[in-house]
Design a protein around this ligand. Structure first.
Ligand SMILES: Nc1ncnc2c1ncn2[C@@H]1O[C@H](COP(=O)(O)OP(=O)(O)O)[C@@H](O)[C@H]1O
Ligand SMILES: [Mg+2]
Length: 373
């Protein structure tokens, strides 16, 4: 018999519990589904997730250790009120019995322990490893940019390999969980309308380039801490939550630091020639009464309807913002309405290489070079 010990987490679709079975701990994820969602088809989320679990089960042991494993899966009829939010629609639910990966999500780990530079870099390279293992099989996770979908566990293993480099674990291992957003070409879904999966349908190399950048840069930029600073201050809002703040910040940046922005257009226009005209366009209309988002929508530069750093074009603007932040942290805080000044703690040489990398291989090389030092 499975014994439920406690709830570990809760999301839109269901809940995850710590359970015990034959004296071993597992995580049990229970998701509520409707009757038509049990049909065996990649149109239904559960069969996409199962497909990824299946891919993971066939990996070699080293690769497998970066992912949560599935032990058992069932669809059944016994979803009662105390487990699910909307029992009235159907009593059906899916249950995944998985490895229990301890109590530390990456978020929690970061806020509980001060990450040393070495460990931080190891985590970054482990996240890259995760993305590359999936990429090799044609998959993309798409939800590793939040710190709640990576668990941090202890390990006794010393090294893992990445591009023929030996990367030290320093005692901690990252494990990817939550495969709900997984994409693969064989799923037959066209993501061209999806704000951040769209690049997956168009160019997979470019898609994982953005995925690697977002998921790793997050750890270098202390945005979690900056959002926390905003929550703790009376303002209680950050530009990543209030889109107007970001739009206004961009206008201020373009208007008050014209030379910086012109130079950025040249540099980033060279790295992303397909977007040079678009960068020039938003700069030209920097004094317009339309918001920056509106300018982008009107010009049909991208399908995303507001600032989303996972989107290819917005990601370029994000990098321009970050370059500005590196050299002018106080102005950055002022323009964008952040609540604190937090500097980016990487040597300039590597920082610029990170921003100017325009393909995933170069990006991975920058991180590997940082380790060599
Ligand atoms: N295998 C696991 N081991 C330990 N904790 C887990 C595990 N799976 C999920 N959790 C916890 O439950 C939370 C929600 O699970 P997740 O699979 O991300 O579902 P959701 O779709 O609700 O985000 C996670 O952020 C994590 O804190
Ligand atoms: Mg999750």
């Amino acid at each position: 018999m499975l014994k439920i010990i406690k709830k570990l987490g809760e999301g839109t679709f269901g809940k995850t519990y710590l359970v015990k079975y034959k004296d071993k701990k597992y995580a049990l994820k229970i998701e509520h589904i409707l009757n038509n969602e049990r049909k065996k088809s990649f149109k239904n989320k559960i069969f996409r997730e199962l497909d990824l679990f299946n891919y993971i089960s066939k990996l070699n042991n080293e690769d497998k250790s970066f992912f949560v494993n599935l032990y058992n899966f069932e669809i059944n009829n016994d979803c009662y009120q105390n487990i699910l939010n909307k029992p009235e629609k159907s009593q059906l639910c899916v249950k995944y019995l998985m490895d229990y990966c301890g109590k530390y999500t990456l978020d929690k780990y970061e806020s509980k322990y001060n990450l040393s530079k070495k460990r931080r870099l190891s985590i970054l390279l482990q996240i890259i490893k995760i993305i590359l293992i999936l990429y090799k099989g044609g998959y993309s996770h798409n939800d590793l940019h939040v710190g709640t979908n990576i668990m941090v566990t202890k390990t006794k293993k010393k090294y893992f390999t990445l591009n023929n480099y030996k990367v030290p674990f320093y005692g901690i291992q990252c494990v990817a969980i939550d495969y709900g957003e997984v994409t693969h070409e064989k799923f037959g879904i066209n993501y061209k309308r999806h704000p951040y999966k769209r690049m997956f349908s168009i160019d997979k190399d470019k898609h994982i380039f953005t995925e690697i950048f977002i998921c790793t840069y997050r750890l270098l930029s202390s945005y979690e801490k900056m959002i926390e600073d905003c929550i703790n201050s009376k303002k209680n809002i950050s530009p990543w939550i209030n889109n107007n703040l970001w739009c206004n910040g961009m206008k201020k940046l373009m208007n008050k630091n014209e030379i910086f922005f012109k130079n950025a257009i040249e540099k980033y226009g060279e790295l992303y020639p397909e977007y040079k005209k678009d960068l020039q366009y938003i700069f030209k209309y920097r004094k317009s009464s339309k918001s920056i988002d509106q300018l982008i929508i009107d010009k049909k530069i991208t399908k995303a309807t507001f600032y989303n750093n996972y989107d290819y074009f917005y990601n370029i603007l994000y990098k321009i913002n970050e370059e500005f932040r590196y050299y002018h942290p106080i102005l950055f805080k002022k323009y964008f309405g952040w609540c604190s000044v937090r500097k980016i703690d990487i040597p300039e040489k590597y920082f610029l290489r990170l921003l100017y990398a325009n393909n995933y291989k170069e990006l991975v090389n920058v991180y590997l070079d940082m380790m060599e030092k």
